[in-house]
Design a protein around this ligand. Structure first.
Ligand SMILES: Nc1ncnc2c1ncn2[C@@H]1O[C@H](COP(=O)(O)OP(=O)(O)OP(=O)(O)O)[C@@H](O)[C@H]1O
Ligand SMILES: [Mg+2]
Length: 280
């Protein structure tokens, strides 16, 4: 296999076509991820036999209480360091079968938007120099858009380019993080609680921006949240996690209207009904 793995993108600027093998963007089968407990030989199984598929342009949500393994699952899905047993196929490529070099080549295809935008940005870099660094790393991939147009796409004024992270509000910083993800033209965006760290007043805007960006770019999205109303409004399909396992999954409407598993029912009944119905 050469360095340049096939990813199925038709043109640098255009929407992504089918994956090279015509299959899903991400396919996880029977994934088990264990964390070693601190100062101990014991391990803790954070993800316990999870299978999950995300098709081209599809948004799949993962919900579950704190500690249920959502972030561990997401990080494994990106192939970014977290390893485990089971199969992870990204754009048809089995991540375990790839050389380090091939993995590096595939990495820009997955971009992560984290909960804490300020923690994701280098405090010593202005927005412009941060983008410029990405352009130097991936000149061809990033050439489809200039900085101003990119910022406009995330609804930020061009003046923001000269700012440093500490000069940005939480909402602005998260928009910059989304721009940094979009510039790479990823095939998969992993958004891990992307609005939970933000002021309530800007959460809906950032969510709306993510939804619009995902649609415009044609990327697929793995969307993690403990907020069921948000997941319902963003995701076509949803997986409910409990103690490392997916206990229920299916189309969002089905899971939310007619939850089968006791835990999903409990999660839904804990939600103030008016709040989640109002947001649909
Ligand atoms: N690096 C690590 N070392 C040891 N244990 C870890 C590590 N990362 C996560 N864990 C443990 O694995 C479990 C799952 O953690 P994870 O962060 O995936 O949960 P989560 O569903 O994302 O939770 P939250 O909603 O709070 O973000 C937790 O019990 C956590 O304490
Ligand atoms: Mg988490």
């Amino acid at each position: 296999m050469s360095d340049a793995l096939e990813t199925g993108r038709a043109t640098a600027g255009g929407p992504p076509g089918p994956t090279p093998d015509g299959g899903p963007v991400l396919e996880i089968e029977d994934l088990v991820v264990e964390h070693r407990k601190e100062r101990s030989r014991e391990v803790f199984r954070a993800v316990d036999g999870v299978s999950l598929t995300i098709g081209v342009g599809e948004t799949v949500g993962v919900v579950g209480e704190s500690g249920s393994g959502k972030t561990t699952l997401a990080m494994a899905a990106t192939g970014l360091g977290v390893t485990g047993q089971g199969t992870i196929r990204l754009l048809g490529h089995d991540l375990r079968a790839l050389s380090r070099r091939e993995l590096r080549g595939l990495r820009p295809e997955v971009q992560v938007v984290f909960q804490d935008p300020h923690g994701s940005l280098d405090p010593r870099q202005s927005v412009r120099s941060g983008l410029s660094e990405l352009r130097t790393l991936q000149p061809q991939r990033t050439a489809w858009v200039d900085d101003r147009v990119l910022l406009d796409q995330v609804r930020l004024a061009p003046e923001i380019l000269e700012r440093y992270p500490h000069q940005l509000s939480g909402g602005q910083a998260q928009r910059v993080c989304i721009a940094r993800a979009l510039i790479m033209r990823p095939r998969l965006i992993v958004a891990d609680e992307p609005t939970s760290g933000l002021d309530v007043s800007v959460q809906a805007d950032v969510l709306d921006l993510l939804r619009e960006s995902q649609r415009r770019s044609g990327a697929s999205m793995l969307f993690i949240s403990h907020d069921l109303a948000v997941v319902r409004s963003v995701c076509q399909r949803v997986a409910v996690m409990l103690r490392g396992r997916v206990v229920e999954s299916g189309p969002s409407a089905q899971v939310f209207e007619n939850p089968q598993h006791e835990y999903t029912q409990k999660l839904l009944s804990a939600m103030p009904g008016a709040r989640w119905r109002a947001r649909i």
